[in-house]
Design a protein around this ligand. Structure first.
Ligand SMILES: [Zn+2]
Length: 216
């Protein structure tokens, strides 16, 4: 960590700060969930395996090189491959958040939503921050054969939902990725709260209007 660029030191602090905040607000339980940032040299900082997001030590994060090989710090999350699949196809993005948050995961189990649009546009904010969310078919933990599907969907969707597992969300920086993850979770929650009630969703015209106005 000595002689690290200021950017890396800041990324370490930001990962620990966001991890603590997500954990404190119930977005991640136990040691579930992982966060990563792409650094200026093309390498990555990631949360380590078997560590709670609530208890991240900025000095004990995993560093990976541009190829995704572990080069420093403790071993990275076993779900590093999810992050790397998103980064491979989203050159514009510099952070990825993966959670097992309750309502998004509940949504990932539902079979009554279109797989290319799992989360309805209940508010303009979910359109701005998250966009359309695509479903990645179920795979057992550790099965990396889904990486190709994640790449395919990640190329056009900022956020994907792993069936019976949870969301993976990319952002231009960590603040944006975390904010999108929160928006996805809260919108999924709204969807369940509205279950059984007649309700309004944004129309395609209203969605297009938001996209044009906010350039998303
Ligand atoms: Zn997971």
């Amino acid at each position: 960590m000595a002689n690290e660029p200021v950017e890396t030191a800041r990324a370490r602090e930001a990962l620990a700060r966001h991890g603590r905040s997500l954990f404190a607000r119930g977005y991640s339980c136990g040691t579930s969930g992982n966060l990563s940032v792409r650094l200026g040299d093309g390498g990555y900082l990631m949360t380590p395996t078997n560590v709670s997001l609530g208890n991240l030590d900025p000095g004990a994060l995993s560093r990976l090189d541009a190829r995704g090989d572990h080069v420093d710090g403790p071993p990275p999350t076993k779900e590093a491959w999810l992050h790397l699949a998103m980064y491979r196809v989203r050159s514009q993005d510099r952070a990825v958040v993966h959670l097992h948050s309750t309502y998004a995961t509940a949504l990932s189990c539902r079979t009554d939503r279109p797989s290319e649009d799992m989360l309805p546009a209940l508010t303009p904010y979910v359109v701005m921050r998250v966009g359309r969310v695509a479903l990645v078919p179920y795979g057992r933990p550790g099965d990396q054969s889904l990486a190709a599907t994640i790449e395919q969907l990640g190329a056009v969707h900022r956020a994907v939902l792993l069936a019976n597992h949870g969301p993976v969300i990319a952002g231009s920086d960590l603040d944006a990725a975390v904010s999108a993850a929160e928006e996805l979770e809260e919108t999924a929650r709204l969807l369940f709260i509205l279950e059984g009630y007649a309700h309004r969703q944004l129309t395609e015209t209203q969605i297009d209007e938001v996209r044009r106005a906010f350039k998303v």
